[in-house]
Design a protein around this ligand. Structure first.
Ligand SMILES: [Zn+2]
Ligand SMILES: [Zn+2]
Length: 116
């Protein structure tokens, strides 16, 4: 049995963690906010390297029905125009500022961040 530490594995994991750490910093600091908002993506979708869980491109926009593949809209569930009109992330469909939305007018602007 080999009980020696595998330095290669440790270095590999350290590299991955460092990359994750950098991603977390970018999510918090939002260094490319202009480019991100231009694409109508939330900070997590934009800075996360692997969006495969969300990346299932729909054939048509869930809101207006535009053909997303024919119009080369990239990954996403809604078209860029609908995302911008509704202040939504086009990939994961969350509010771009992670604001909680409600059907009733009074509650519509409660920010989740304030509740934490
Ligand atoms: Zn649309
Ligand atoms: Zn998103």
């Amino acid at each position: 049995m080999n009980n020696q530490l595998d330095i290669g594995l440790i270095n590999h994991n350290s590299k991955l963690r460092m990359f994750n750490f950098q991603t977390c910093l970018n999510v918090v600091n939002d260094p490319k906010s202009e480019e991100r908002l231009d694409k109508s993506e939330c900070t997590i979708c934009f800075y996360k390297a692997n969006t495969s869980g969300w990346a299932m491109t729909q054939h048509s926009c869930k809101i207006c029905g535009l053909d997303l593949i024919a119009k080369k809209q990239g990954i996403g569930r809604i078209c860029l125009q609908c995302a911008k009109n509704n202040n939504l992330c086009k990939i994961c469909l969350c509010d771009l500022e992670f604001k909680y939305r409600s059907n009733s007018q009074e509650e519509s602007n409660i920010e989740i961040l304030n509740a934490i």
